[in-house]
Design a protein around this ligand. Sequence first.
Ligand SMILES: NC(=O)C1=CN([C@@H]2O[C@H](COP(=O)(O)OP(=O)(O)OC[C@H]3O[C@@H](n4cnc5c(N)ncnc54)[C@H](OP(=O)(O)O)[C@@H]3O)[C@@H](O)[C@H]2O)C=CC1
Ligand SMILES: N[C@@H](C=O)C(=O)O
Length: 272
Amino acid sequence: MTNHEKPVALVTGASSGIGAGYADRLAHRGYDLILVARRLDRLDKLATDLSCRHGSNVEVLEADLTTESGITKVENTLRSDSRITLLVNNAGNGKLGTTTDISHEDSISMIALNVTALTRLTRAALPNFIARDSGAIINIASVMALHSLPITSLYSATKAFVLSFSRGLQEELAGTAVKVQVVLPAGTATEFYDHAGIPLSAFDPDVVMTTTDLVDAALLGLDKGELVTMPSVEDLELWASFDVARNKLFAATQSGKPASRYQVASGGSSEL
Ligand SMILES: NC(=O)C1=CN([C@@H]2O[C@H](COP(=O)(O)OP(=O)(O)OC[C@H]3O[C@@H](n4cnc5c(N)ncnc54)[C@H](OP(=O)(O)O)[C@@H]3O)[C@@H](O)[C@H]2O)C=CC1
Ligand SMILES: N[C@@H](C=O)C(=O)O
């Protein structure tokens, strides 16, 4: 397959960690790459390495996805480069701390990167994918989408957005050949913790996955057609029963009247 016929994947947050892992594995699978991050030196080094090892054509895009110019640069690439068949929305950050401890800048940055950038790049990629009726988007959420701790309120909320947004996209795209996979990694050994406010060393190493294991599992989940991939969860029935319960709960909300526990005795008045 000549380079112009090879599929092209755009990977955000490719300068380290999970994104760099995706870049390597996708190159190994025969993808040409467009790698996005702020650290151009890291991107250039990775591009050279992947070209040498896999013969991939690797382009780099230096972009801060929390800035208008950065996000617009990548949006334009997704809209104009029809070779792109896969978008990996991986770039993300997480400052862990209580809501009042986290700075305004860190709060805004988490939302801008984990929520706004992922949304805007998805919206930029989808029209070409839908028009061609092919293509895939991999959204990297987190198990924290399902769980909030006192130090992860905002981070968990941003990842709950990624999960919920991805599930909605899957509904929208049902019946098309455009796929959306949402991946929920648990603790993974990356530089994430250099900026999170809690060092990786604070975690039990037995519950922290390597990036290689994480990415290989997540890509196998994609190959299997999984919509929701939780690489570290052995019993997927746990997700299935969670999703069934979620559907039942939603159905129960459609009653049109207050539940009996909220019924005020006739003539009584609710305390304000
Ligand atoms: N590590 C873990 O335990 C888990 C991580 N995740 C998620 O995985 C994803 C990848 O994180 P991970 O690999 O762990 O962490 P890393 O910090 O190693 O990677 C984060 C990547 O995002 C890029 N990035 C950060 N800020 C920006 C920005 N403003 N603009 C553009 N790119 C940016 C970084 O590149 P650069 O600094 O060069 O811009 C880097 O390439 C994140 O979405 C994270 O929430 C989910 C669950 C668990
Ligand atoms: N990055 C981790 C923070 O807790 C996670 O998302 O699991």
